[in-house]
Design a binder for this molecule. Structure first.
Ligand code: GLY
Length: 445
C-alpha cells in the first residue's frame, strides 16, 4: 500500500515514525496483502531515513497554484492514500485536488480547513453548533478594536483572524500592546482581528479524528506555548509537551467528543463542507467548564510527538478509515500506560528571527539512552553522499529544530531522560525550556 505524506517538519516525522512503528498489526495492510510503502515530501533528514523521499521540485504544497501538480504526482506514484500534515496545504486546497484525482486523502478540504484559517469562521461554526467558547468580537477597524477591548475581560486576548504561523495570538495585560498587535493584524490585506474574553485554567490539546460523520478521540496532551520557563516570553508554536495528564479528570475525551467535536463535525456536514481529518481541539479547563480556545485542522506540533508515541494500535488504519468514511468500522485506538515527554530545541532568535546554520553534534549519543529518540523539526543534513548518512553533518535549519522525545513508565522518568539526552547534544546557543512536564507550575502552559 502506497502512502504519501505531505509536510516535512517534526509533526510529519512523528506521523511517519508512528505509521511504521504501529504498522505491523494493520488490518488495512493485512486485507490488501501488501506492506506499507511510505513516500514522504523530501527535505527532513529524520523522515528521509525512514520513508522514500519525494522531491516536488518547484511545486510547493502550501501554494494553491501547486495543488494540481502535487496531486498529479500522487497519481503518478499510484498512491493509495495521501496524508497532509501541515495547515498551509490544507488551507490551499491540496486535499480537494488529491480527492479530485480519485485518491483517498487524510485532511479537510479548503472550505472545512477554514476552521483553522479563520478564527471568526471557527467562532461562527461554534456558535451555530452550540459549542462552548469565549465570547468574542470580530473587528475590522481600530474603533471596533477599542470597543471590544473595553468590553472583554482581561488580560486582553487578541487573535489575528488569519493564519499567522504561530504568531497570531497575543495575550497581554497591556492595552497599548493589545492595540498595537490588533493594528498590525488589521494592516494585513483583508485584515481582521478577533478579540475575546480571557479563559482561565490550564490548557489541554485533544485531537479528534473524523471521517465527516464519526469522531474518534486520541489521548489528551499538554503543550507549553511560551518560549521561556514559568510561561514567560513570547508565544511560540510549542516548546514541549507531555502525555498523559494525571491531573485531568477521567472522561474529558468523551465529554469533548459529545459537546464539541461531534456537534462541530455535524454542523460542518450540514453546511455542505464535511470535515475529514483531524480536528485539534485546543481547550481551556476554565473555572466555568471546558471551553474551546481554538480549533486547528491538523495534528498539533509538538503534541503529536508524545500522543503518537503512546499509540499501540495501527495509526494507518485510523487515518485510512477516516479518509474513506469508515471510521465506525475501526476498533478504538489502544494506548500504552507509559508517559511520553518532548522538549523542543529551538534556534537562537526564535520565534522572532531564528538564526540557523549551527552544527549539531551528539544526536546519536542522545538516542542511545533507553526510551529516547529525536524528531527532526528543522534540520538539514550537510556534506553526505545520499547513501552515507554516517558522514553527514546535522545543521539547524529552522526555528524549532529538534524534538527530544522520551518514553518511560512515569512522567518524571521520561522527563529526566529527555533532559539527560539534551545534555548529550551540542547545539550552540540553542533555546529550550527546563520546566516541560512539570506541574502544577506548568499547568497553564
Ligand atoms: N502546538 C500548537 C499547535 O500545533 O498549533
Amino acid at each position: 500500500m502506497k502512502v504519501l505524506l505531505i509536510g516535512n517538519g517534526g509533526r510529519e516525522h512523528a506521523i511517519a515514525r508512528a505509521l511504521i512503528r504501529t504498522g505491523a498489526h494493520s488490518r488495512v495492510l493485512a486485507e490488501r496483502g501488501t506492506p506499507l510503502e511510505l513516500f514522504a515530501q523530501a527535505g527532513n533528514p529524520g523522515i528521509d531515513r525512514i520513508a522514500t523521499p519525494v522531491d516536488f521540485g518547484d511545486a510547493n504544497p502550501a501554494d494553491p497554484n501547486s495543488s494540481d501538480a502535487i496531486a498529479q504526482r500522487a497519481r503518478d506514484l499510484n498512491a493509495d492514500l495521501v496524508i497532509i500534515g501541515p495547515e498551509a496545504p490544507l488551507v490551499a486546497g491540496l486535499a480537494d485536488a488529491v480527492r479530485a484525482q480519485g485518491i483517498a486523502c487524510f485532511g479537510p478540504g479548503k472550505e472545512a480547513a477554514r476552521l483553522e484559517a479563520s478564527k471568526s469562521f471557527a467562532k461562527t461554526v461554534m456558535d451555530e453548533a452550540g459549542v462552548a467558547t469565549a465570547r468574542s468580537f470580530t473587528c475590522q477597524t481600530m474603533d471596533e478594536v477599542d470597543q471590544a477591548l473595553r468590553t472583554c475581560t482581561t488580560p486582553h486576548v487578541v487573535k489575528d483572524d488569519q493564519l499567522a504561523a504561530g504568531k497570531g495570538v497575543l495575550v497581554t495585560a497591556d492595552s497599548d500592546a493589545a492595540r498595537e498587535h490588533a493594528r498590525h493584524c488589521l494592516d494585513r490585506p483583508d485584515g481582521a482581528v478577533v478579540i475575546e474574553d480571557y479563559l482561565d485554567g490550564p490548557e489541554v490539546s485533544l485531537f479528534c479524528i473524523s471521517d465527516g460523520t464519526h469522531v474518534v478521540p486520541l489521548v489528551p496532551a499538554q503543550d507549553f506555548k511560551r518560549l521561556q520557563d514559568a510561561n514567560e516570553g513570547p508565544n511560540t508554536g510549542g516548546m514541549g509537551a507531555y502525555s498523559p495528564l494525571p491531573w485531568l479528570h477521567d472522561g474529558l475525551a468523551d465529554e469533548v467528543v459529545r459537546t464539541i467535536a461531534e456537534p462541530t463535525v455535524r454542523r460542518m456536514a450540514q453546511r455542505g463542507t464535511p470535515f475529514t481529518g483531524l480536528l485539534y481541539c485546543g481547550l481551556a479547563m476554565s473555572s466555568n467548564g471546558v471551553r474551546v480556545v481554538e480549533f486547528n485542522v491538523r495534528f498539533g506540533d509538538p503534541e503529536t510527538q508524545v500522543v503518537l508515541e503512546r499509540l499501540e494500535s495501527p495509526l494507518l488504519d485510523l487515518l485510512d478509515a477516516a479518509s474513506r468514511g469508515t471510521l465506525d468500522q475501526v476498533a478504538a485506538p489502544t494506548w500504552s500506560d507509559d508517559a511520553a515527554v518532548t522538549v523542543v530545541l529551538a534556534s537562537p532568535g526564535y520565534p522572532v528571527r531564528a538564526r540557523t546554520g549551527q552544527t549539531i553534534r551528539g544526536a546519536e549519543a542522545a538516542e542511545e539512552l533507553p526510551g529516547v529518540h529525536l524528531i527532526h523539526a528543522g534540520t538539514k543534513s550537510v556534506g553526505a553522499a545520499q547513501d552515507s548518512e554516517a558522514h553527514a553533518t546535522l545543521v539547524a535549519d529552522g526555528g524549532r529544530v529538534l524534538d527530544v522525545v522520551a518514553r518511560a513508565a512515569t512522567i518524571d522518568e521520561a522527563r529526566r531522560a529527555a533532559y539527560e539526552a539534551i545534555g548529550r547534544i551540542d547545539f550552540p546557543e540553542c533555546q529550550f525550556r527546563r520546566d516541560i512536564a512539570q506541574w502544577p507550575d506548568g499547568l497553564s502552559a
